[in-house]
Design a protein around this ligand. Structure first.
Ligand code: CA
Length: 471
């Protein structure tokens, strides 16, 4: 008898599912703010700052060569939430997207979802194009316990309204200010429950920076913020489990771009845009690690397909669902990244076409009125590099602040992108240029001249002034 009851219990839910319309899955998109791709233990760090993220990574598909379309807070989130590159969604910098561009929030709200954003809602504009039912304020982003409480509230609100949910949980760590660092100290230092505060001798300075004492000190401060991110991430995931929503929620983790250090955030250098995506899809038994180049503009079309929602026309990104099924996709051997206007309102336009072993960059601001200067250069690290008398470090500073209009790096031999090959390897560029044009011709079915015309426009577009930032 007991056996029959157990057998029926196993069969009945299957029968019920077959006859009832399928319930829509929920969506939780968790973002870190300014976290480098290799700061997680699951992706290379030996520091042990991210046990909760690492536990999640073991259950999720991993896109290890994912790059954000734009490595800056607002234009980056605009690309993520529209599936379009900046010059096609309108948000070149800290300005609103175009009104005729549909957003993920609008589409899911229209489909009956409860929509909520915790922190960073201010970086998704205009507000009426991001119609969240509920918003958690920006200050929650660095307060793990309060952040998780807000998340719990939103889960409860969706349950009360009997709606599926899309919650965009935007933690504000490890964004500056850093724990024990300079500026806005009170906000940075509290709360620290469960957070590991690292000392300079415990950390490793990434190879793209210089191992100077002040740089090391700032890496330790940053790493403490990474730990606070991880505490908050763990609390959010715990709330999801407690609410019983693990089995019917797609969970995505990514950082909006790289760390706020020289040669990372606000640049198209590798660490600026590299942001692996972890995506846990209910029912997945064998998570995959995918090494294709993918972009943050692919996230929206991928999620819509996973949620069985028809995508809007005009997105630049392409769904990863075939890759999740173990299939291949054409044109996944390169990724294009962009910078236009930065947080100061100045234009430091850059483009990068990145392949497995090459990075070809256009720096359209070179020769303009300003040397390169972004918020990521405001801390201890850039000041220490700038003060150094070491010739190698001086050359590195010159590379950042003066740049060169066209740069080519052999990223297999030179992963930190220190040696510009354009003078030596012009024929290589020519070869790669032809290869790129050939690939685009096939992909879009265009004549060679048309591809060349569009690429020219794309490059010239770098010099177009950005709309004024919103106040
Ligand atoms: Ca950011």
């Amino acid at each position: 008898m007991r056996l029959i009851v157990i057998t029926l219990a196993l069969i009945l839910p299957v029968v019920a599912r077959a006859t009832e319309p399928q319930k829509p899955l929920n969506l939780l998109v968790i973002t870190a703010d300014d976290m480098n791709a290799d700061s997680g233990g699951w992706n290379g760090s030996k520091l042990g700052a991210t046990p909760n993220l690492d536990a999640f990574a073991r259950t999720a598909h991993r896109f290890v060569n994912s790059h954000v379309s734009v490595p800056i807070c607002q234009p980056g989130r605009s690309a993520l939430m529209t599936g379009r590159v900046p010059h096609r969604n309108g948000a070149l910098g800290f300005n609103p997207i175009r009104r005729d561009v549909p957003t993920l929030v609008e589409i899911l709200r229209e489909r009956g979802y409860f929509t909520g954003a915790i922190a960073k809602a201010v970086h998704m504009a205009p507000a009426d194009k991001f119609p969240w039912h509920a918003i958690g304020e920006q200050s929650l982003g660095k307060q793990p316990t309060k952040f998780a409480e807000k998340f719990r509230e939103m889960l409860a609100a969706a349950a009360t309204e009997k709606k599926p949910f899309f919650i965009n949980a935007n933690l504000c760590d490890p964004h500056r200010p850093f724990i024990s660092g300079v500026g806005r100290k009170a906000q940075a230092d509290e709360p620290l429950d469960g957070v590991r505060v690292f000392k300079p001798d415990e950390v490793t300075v990434p190879a793209f920076l210089e191992d100077l004492p002040r740089v090391r000190e700032e890496i330790a401060q940053y790493s403490s913020n990474v730990s606070r991110f991880d505490v908050a991430f763990g609390l959010v995931m715990k709330e999801l489990t407690v609410a019983g929503r693990d089995a019917d929620t797609i969970v995505v983790f990514m950082s909006d771009h790289g760390m706020s250090f020289p040669f990372s955030k606000a640049t198209v250098y590798h660490n600026g845009t590299w942001s692996p995506v972890l995506i846990r899809v209910p029912g997945t038994t064998k998570p995959q690690t995918r090494t294709e180049f993918v972009s943050s503009v692919d996230v929206m079309p991928s999620l819509l397909e996973l949620l069985a929602v028809r995508p809007p026309a005009g997105m630049d990104g392409r769904s990863w669902v075939p890759l999740l099924k173990g299939q291949t996709q054409p044109d996944r051997d390169f990724v294009v990244t962009h910078v236009n206007t930065v947080s100061s309102g100045k234009s430091f336009a850059q483009r990068c076409i990145r392949t497995k072993d090459r990075a070809l960059m256009f720096h359209a601001w070179v020769g303009g009125p300003n040397q390169f200067r972004v918020e990521a250069m405001s801390g201890l690290s850039f000041a220490a590099m700038n003060a150094s008398t070491d010739a190698k470090i001086q050359a590195r500073v010159k590379q950042l602040v003066e740049g060169a209009p066209l740069m080519l790096f052999d990223t297999a031999a030179d992963p930190s992108e220190r040696t510009n090959l354009t003078d030596d390897e012009l024929e290589v560029i020519d070869g790669e240029w032809d290869q790129l044009i050939g690939s685009l011709q096939v992909r879009y079915g265009l004549k060679k001249q048309e591809v060349e015309r569009q690429l020219e426009e794309f490059i010239l577009n770098c010099r177009r002034p950005s709309p004024s930032p919103v106040s």
